[in-house]
Design a protein around this ligand. Structure first.
Ligand SMILES: Nc1ncnc2c1ncn2[C@@H]1O[C@H](COP(=O)(O)OP(=O)(O)O)[C@@H](O)[C@H]1O
Ligand SMILES: [Mg+2]
Length: 263
């Protein structure tokens, strides 16, 4: 089943055409990787899909329903959530509290109920704590539950951020550079977490520069270059596409990464 459809999306910022007529689709429990050089429009497309920006033209559909123009919280209620390129963690809260904050949006019960400490609200808090603990276990961080986030390493925080996004019980998760700045061990841990997320039936859209991770994890790869689609298809097809190779040839480091990924 098609979960997400992006149909002919364009956006202009003044004179800058950040995206031009981009279309893609993601099925249930599928991983789509969005790659391309810096400034290609990857984060902008995430911002449009997740309701942060409004497209100048084009439509977005989620599970067959038009979601163009909906706000991020409305999309979260419909099962679409994201992480950001830069960490969005509350450093003075514990790991567990960070995940519980993620869950807030799903909880019923009014603010007044919380202030009065109503039994229903207390029960909800206990449930929320249990669920947050389950999510920490799911990403392998149960031992960090009561540690202050500010004391945790960067790689652990990247996993914590995924746990917090999962607290919204998404059926599609957008991850913006989930392993940026991570070492090989941390990258392998995050790779495993993403696989476990997909095994639960969640679709994942991934922006990532780590070509090795992309080639191993993605079912489909979509390449953007200067706001336009350069190539799209299975990882092995995209990897051997001459247009993609020449776009990456401008950057010797990326070329090496492409070659590494083939081995
Ligand atoms: N809010 C904005 N205002 C003006 N220009 C923007 C804005 N957001 C993105 N852009 C421009 O859109 C283009 C794509 O940026 P971005 O989506 O961040 O690229 P990527 O994530 O692929 O590196 C860049 O030229 C960037 O300067
Ligand atoms: Mg970006």
């Amino acid at each position: 089943m098609t979960r997400l459809e992006v149909e002919g999306v364009s956006i202009h910022f003044g004179g800058v055409r950040a995206l031009q007529n981009v279309s893609l689709s993601v099925n249930e429990a599928e991983v789509l990787a969005l790659i391309g050089p810096n400034g290609a429009g990857k984060t902008t497309l995430f911002n449009i899909i997740s309701g942060v920006y409004q497209a100048t033209s084009g439509r977005i559909k989620l599970d067959g329903q038009d979601i163009t123009g909906l706000q991020p919280f409305e999309l979260a209620h419909r099962g679409l959530t994201r992480t950001f390129q830069n960490l969005q963690i509350f450093f003075r809260m514990t790991a567990l509290e960070n995940v519980m904050v993620g869950r807030r949006i799903r909880e019923r019960g009014s603010l007044v109920g919380h202030l009065l400490g109503l039994p229903s609200v207390r029960r909800q808090n206990a449930e929320s704590r249990d669920r947050a603990m389950e999510l920490l276990k799911f990403v392998g961080l149960e031992s960090c539950a009561d540690r202050q986030a500010g004391e945790l390493s960067y790689g652990i925080l990247k996993r914590l951020e995924i746990a917090r996004a999962l607290a919204l019980e998404p059926n599609i998760l957008l991850l913006d550079e989930p392993v940026a700045g991570c070492n090989a061990t941390e990258t392998a841990e995050i790779d495993a977490v993403i696989r476990n997320v997909v095994a639960k039936g969640v679709s994942v859209v991934l922006v990532e520069h780590d070509i090795h991770l992309v080639m191993n994890l993605a079912d489909k790869v979509h390449v953007l270059d200067r706001g336009a689609t350069l190539a799209t298809g299975a990882p092995q097809d995209v990897r051997s596409d001459p247009a993609v190779i020449s776009a990456y040839l401008g950057d010797p480091e990326s070329e090496e990464e492409m070659i590494d990924a083939e081995n």
